[in-house]
Design a binder for this molecule. Structure first.
Ligand code: TIU
Length: 223
């Protein structure tokens, strides 16, 4: 077992039973011209976490533990995109519209791909999810059960939307989850800070939070 410094108290896990879950590090959220920018957001905030995410991903791959990538992605016919989601707000580009990186949030389009720095490699799981949470309408729980995974370490975007939703879904399914605070970002810094507090408040009501340095130190320590 490995134990690392975390909030509100140390997080203990067995890497063989733990998956690194990277939420929606897609061009649509991180690069100009995608869905995130079409909602009126400054995407530069999000790209700042890429080096920290890459360092964790490299260390995790070195250990040989499971990696899961998610993408917020809809079928080309939008049959899995409720009108309530497509019509929400006043985006300059709606889901399914043709944008500078192809059709927004549609599977297979250039903007829907994970950024090259964090691209999946053979043996890693890639989950296309139509909602904010990684478990809703996806095969994720079955894949984790097959591999006897009990703990999840989260990174990705955005903290208070898809990351927090996925952690709450994981919590209700019995997983012990850790969020790496410097490997997640929001278009709204105050929402990131609040989400992190909400997650570890009340004795880890949703899960734990820690800086990636704690995890990297533990993974590098001789086992
Ligand atoms: N992946 C994810 O968080 N989807 C969003 O739409 N996030 C926003 O913050 N808009």
């Amino acid at each position: 077992m490995t134990s690392i410094q975390a909030q509100p108290f140390p997080y203990t896990f067995d890497p063989r039973r733990t998956a690194l879950v990277i939420i929606d590090m897609q061009r649509d959220f991180i690069e100009p011209g995608g869905f995130g920018e079409s909602l009126g957001n400054n995407v530069a905030l999000l790209s700042a976490i890429v080096p920290a995410c890459r360092a964790v991903l490299d260390a995790w791959r070195e250990v040989g533990a499971l990696v899961v990538h998610t993408r917020e992605a809809h079928q080309p016919d939008l049959s899995d995109c409720p009108p309530a989601k497509r019509n929400r707000g006043n985006p300059s580009l709606r889901i399914g519209d043709e944008g500078p990186m192809g059709r927004v949030l549609v599977m297979g389009e250039p903007g829907n791909q994970i950024i090259p720095e964090l691209a999946p490699v053979a043996g890693e799981i890639v989950i296309d999810k139509p909602g904010k949470g990684a478990f809703y309408a996806t095969p994720l729980q079955g894949f984790l059960q097959e591999r006897e995974i009990t703990h999840l370490v989260f990174m990705g975007v955005t903290t208070e939307v898809c990351v927090q939703t996925s952690m709450r879904e994981a919590n209700d399914r019995g997983y012990d989850s850790l969020l790496l605070a410097d490997c997640t970002e929001s278009y709204f810094p105050q929402f990131k800070a609040s989400a992190i507090e909400m997650i570890h408040a009340q004795g880890a009501i949703v899960g734990w939070t820690a800086d990636s340095a704690s995890l990297l130190a533990a993974l590098a320590a001789p086992g």
